[in-house]
Ligand binder design. Structure first.
Ligand code: DX5
Ligand code: ZN
Length: 226
């Protein structure tokens, strides 16, 4: 089968945005492809962000694809509640019992009409997922420990990206490889060379005086490597 061309999806994370004017922040990043929404429960990660009601307040502020990243325990209980309102819902492999449980939850999410994603922390092997890539629309590779923005990119996770790219292309799948954590122009460029499709960027976009230019800089760094 012919490999799918790599995509270039830039997804600013609102974790780094000014929460007192989310509407303004979301509208500012007019050249973004997706908006990334980080939900943290203070248990799966040592930080608490917000839950479904705040996430839902973003629906209607933009026509862009809304990409939810659930850093929570017991995603089988909570993730389906996000499926109706959001374009993609990603939960952590470490938060479910097995890869089979992850496949089952992804099927539930897809049946609700959203794209289903699975995320892995920097220390989690990608190997068990490789046999099941057609069951997921997104594999999110964390390039920092989940929980906080503004951390340093861990280049060693790019080995997992390369393994995913190879398997996705050899099977002719459409699964999106997303990278999350420490992304700016330079690390986006390294990630592009490894085979990433979707780039989450928090502190390097929001919180800067010129978010639109920051996205343009990330996009050109990626394009020059593809
Ligand atoms: C971290 C979150 C990220 C975070 C990225 O746990 O999943 O999406 O917002 O922030 P930066 O880009 O600042 O590393
Ligand atoms: Zn995230």
């Amino acid at each position: 089968m012919r490999p799918m061309p790599q995509k270039t999806i830039i997804a600013p994370s609102i974790l780094a945005a000014d929460f007192s004017r989310l509407g303004h922040e979301v509208r500012t990043v007019s050249n973004a492809d997706w908006i990334h929404i980080d939900v943290m429960d203070g248990h799966f990660v040592p930080n608490l962000s917000f839950g479904l009601p705040v996430a839902q307040s973003i629906v209607g502020l933009t026509d862009k694809h809304l990409d939810v990243h659930l850093m929570i325990e017991d995603p089988a209980r909570w993730a389906p509640g996000y499926a109706l309102d959001f374009d993609s819902v990603t939960f952590h492999l470490e938060a479910v019992e097995s890869v089979e449980a992850a496949v089952e939850l992804a099927a539930t999410l897809r049946a609700e009409g959203t794209l289903a994603g699975v995320a892995i922390k920097p220390g989690t092997s990608v190997e068990p997922l490789l046999e099941h890539l057609s069951d997921f629309d997104i594999v999110l590779v964390m390039s920092v420990e989940p929980g906080f923005g503004g951390q340093k990119f861990m280049p060693e996770v790019l080995d997992k990206v390369r393994a995913l790219r190879e398997r996705i292309d050899s099977e002719g799948l459409h699964t999106i490889i997303e990278i999350d954590g420490g992304i700016g122009p330079e690390t986006a460029s390294e990630s592009a060379a490894a085979g990433v499709d979707a780039y989450v960027a928090g502190s390097s976009v929001f919180g800067k005086p010129d978010p639109v230019e920051r996205i343009t800089a990330i996009r050109s760094a990626i394009t020059s490597r593809l």
